[in-house]
Design a protein around this ligand. Sequence first.
Ligand code: TEU
Ligand code: CA
Length: 549
Amino acid sequence: MRWYKSSVIYQIYPRSFQDSNHDGIGDLPGIISRLDYLQHLGVTAIWLSPIYASPLYDNGYDIADYCAIHPDYGTMADFQKLLAEAHRRQIKIIMDLVINHTSSEHSWFKQAISDEKSPYRDYYFIRSGKKKPNNWTSFFGGSAWTYLPNENLSYLHLFAPEQPDLNWENPQLRMEIKNILRFWLDMGVDGFRCDVINLLSKPKKLRNSRRFLVLKGAEYYINGPKIHEYLQELKRDVFNQYDMMTVGECVFITPAKALEYIEEGVDELNMVFQFDHMAVDNYFKWFLRPFKPYRLKLALAKWQDAINGRGWNSLYLENHDQPRSVSRFGNLDYYYASATMLATLVFFQQGTPFIYQGQEIGMTNAHFTSLNQYRDVETKRIYQIGRTQLKLSHKRMMHKIKYMSRDNARTPMQWDDSKHGGFSDANPWIEANPNFVTINVKDNLANEHSIFHYYQKLIALRKTYSVIIEGDFKLHYPKHRALVYYERCFQDQQLIVLCNYSTKPLSFKPLHDFSEFTVILDNDDNKGPVLQAYQARVLFRRTADDKHS
Ligand code: TEU
Ligand code: CA
């Protein structure tokens, strides 16, 4: 079994994790100082959001130099120390790889726009004149084309104007990217999280989109014509040469399409991040709809049913682009119960768990009340577009932002109850949530019944019971609105997960004889058959006759 299947991966958003030099910005020495904490939690790998040289329009998802560390975060020596210190603790390091676009301040782009004869011009989608080549729109709203009056050029960007898209058709560009990958792998990094990897391939002709309202162009560039050719090339020339893993962020992907990337034997990527369960409370990000627990349950089960046995799932509830899960899918009136129930529901499924910083202590959405407390480029653009183009009121836009803004996940990590939550003694680049006074690592560590300790147990159980990693998956009572009841089997091991995803006590007809099982995890003292609000229970047994193998 490849190592990533038994890994538990912790995502660090470096800017918000731990400041070490009193400038209000998280950094690499700060991360190093917290490795013991992560080891105590039990995670076996860290995914670092981008730490490369960047003008930070999109907090580093706009890279200006792929082989340099942003001075805010430290030096290359700091990075090498982090690598060594992590490896010493049996923790692997996964880098974020943003290769759909660069920063507009990357030297490739600067040369591309300043010199018509430059070989770099073909690294991007650059067209002369002001006329937009097509009607495509950006993920952050507005046109996907920006005009440069001085150069009289227009260029394509699926995200912010400061993030011009790369033209993967160009073989020289592909060679440069492969060298960048080798640079980090040779240094010792253990893999990559590949940003919006399924957007890489654009068609030869950039035709007008027929999509309505949002993401015009998506029908051409999502899982575009040559995407598998490009990834096969990366696999052959780079991935196959190292003991590494990849997880590709694949937006708007179905299980069938995902298998084209991850099916065993294809192995272009080891896993994908899919978004079905991130759409259970919205039609498209900012178009909110009421959250229904059964939708979350079914979205996850769909991926279990389709991928298990053929590929490998990623399991996540949060990342740096999503609201906090306890605020979004849990219930703050049942804070501990709902946060731990969510962890149980997701992380006992088959796949590799990804835990986002602060999730393990139940951090909640940002408390912001005014637009100028937000920092995120997407949030600011969406506000403008909502107000000007859609003519929505300030109140309406602030409501959407409060619920959905990516900054909900980007407030400083809450270490203790001192000023700014122990993140920094200087004013942080983004305000801390004042609830750090009660929600923080120090308190979680001191309290035996904390969310942290629940996560720690959950992670430790993976090392004891291989069924948690390798077992198949069967969802029972799929239509039930409140009950989550699923079963995992592997050889002679059988595991049952029960969750009451509601505020009311829940009784149900068991499909197993629970008296034959041992409870290996429970978020409530109640031992009876009626599950309390948000109660989650995990049961295990060994079957004598191996009938499940
Ligand atoms: O995100 C891609 C993506 O499609 C969304 O999750 C996006 O962040 C946004 O929420 C769309 O509404 C990746 C990165 O994770 C994100 O941080 C970057 O901003 C983006 O790519 C561009 O690199
Ligand atoms: Ca700092």
